[in-house]
Design a protein around this ligand. Structure first.
Ligand code: A3P
Length: 299
């Protein structure tokens, strides 16, 4: 029999529309149980190497783009030798594996010891779910985030289109505000990485900055990784239009059941204005104030 706390830390699949399977709260964050198990395996068995590159993000904040940019930077680098699969005909999710899925998930499909260096991994796990050594072993950590309103709108579209769930945007928005979304609460996720941003080997990026100044930010990533690279080539290769067109030519679906072209929807800043009211925006700002004001974080 569950204790009241355990009951509070569970959402049944029927209770909330975008809970695709049971979710449990672990260290304050909502995940499917298998991700909690995977995070424990990561903490126990993943030893970051100084050359490892870990790309972290909350879902729908620019993960796919960051994966593509990092792969492309390494590919065009004249200073780092990289012999991994590249983007030519691949979706970035095939090139950069998720720590909690392909490497340490219950149906892991890749052996971490067989991946050649520099190894690039990706995760949606909060920083507190990763081994402490990710910020002390010399490995590099890049976090990307995005304004909560656009993050929510992107997430809402993915779930609506992927699962065909019928729910009003208002109900979905209330869940987002309460943190009842995959990897949520969004605000706490971002804060954990923001608090680590001053460490030597942590780079904190925003989707909005990347959109506004792609060359400058690609250079920042390349410098952080210690790569000399052809910035213009990288920006072009990873542009929304280029990636969306390439993904359309790809057949089949990603392991998550997502069709490849569903990773590319609009790719703009400010789409929230087409879906949310000013009052909803104000609600997000109030939560940000409450959770972030002391940290100086403001997106
Ligand atoms: P929208 O739904 O607002 O269009 P993630 O990769 O974390 O799942 O984030 C997905 C969001 O990033 C989607 O936002 C998607 O369109 C956008 N995106 C994907 N690739 C991009 C790119 N190359 N440039 C800009 N935005 C991109």
């Amino acid at each position: 029999m569950d204790t009241p706390q355990q009951q509070q830390d569970r959402i049944s699949p029927e209770a909330k529309w975008w809970v695709d399977g049971q979710r449990i709260r672990h260290k304050g964050f909502w995940f499917r149980p298998e991700f909690i198990t995977a995070s424990e395996a990561i903490r126990a068995h993943y030893t970051p190497l100084p050359s490892d590159i870990i790309l972290a993000s909350f879902p729908k904040t620019g993960t796919t783009w960051l994966k593509a940019l990092t792969s492309s930077i390494l590919r065009h680098s004249s200073t780092i030798h990289d012999n991994h699969d590249h983007l030519d005909n691949l979706n970035p999710h095939e090139v950069v594996p998720f720590l909690e899925i392909e490497l340490f998930g219950e149906n892991a499909s890749k052996d971490i010891t067989k991946i050649s260096c520099p190894r690039v991994f990706n995760t949606h796990l909060p920083l507190s779910f990763l081994p402490d050594t990710v910020t002390t072993s010399g490995s590099k950590l890049i976090y990307i985030t995005r304004h909560p309103a656009d993050t929510f709108v992107s997430l809402w579209h993915l779930y609506k289109n992927k699962f065909g769930t019928e729910i009003t945007i208002r109900q979905a928005f209330d869940d987002f505000c309460k943190g009842l979304v995959p990897a949520g609460p969004y605000f706490d996720h971002v804060l954990e990485f923001w608090d680590a941003r001053d460490r030597d080997r942590v780079l904190f990026l925003t989707y909005e900055d990347l959109k506004e100044k792609p060359e400058e930010n690609v250079k920042r990533i390349a410098d952080f990784l210690g790569c000399k690279t052809t910035v213009e080539k990288v920006v072009k290769e990873c542009s929304f239009e280029n990636m969306k067109n390439t993904s359309k030519e790809r057949e089949g679906v990603h392991w998550s059941g997502t069709k490849y072209d569903m990773f590319f929807r609009k790719g703009v800043v400010g789409d929230w204005k087409n879906h949310l009211t000013q009052e909803m925006m104000k609600e997000l700002e109030n939560i940000a104030d409450l959770k972030w004001s002391e940290s100086g974080l403001d997106l």
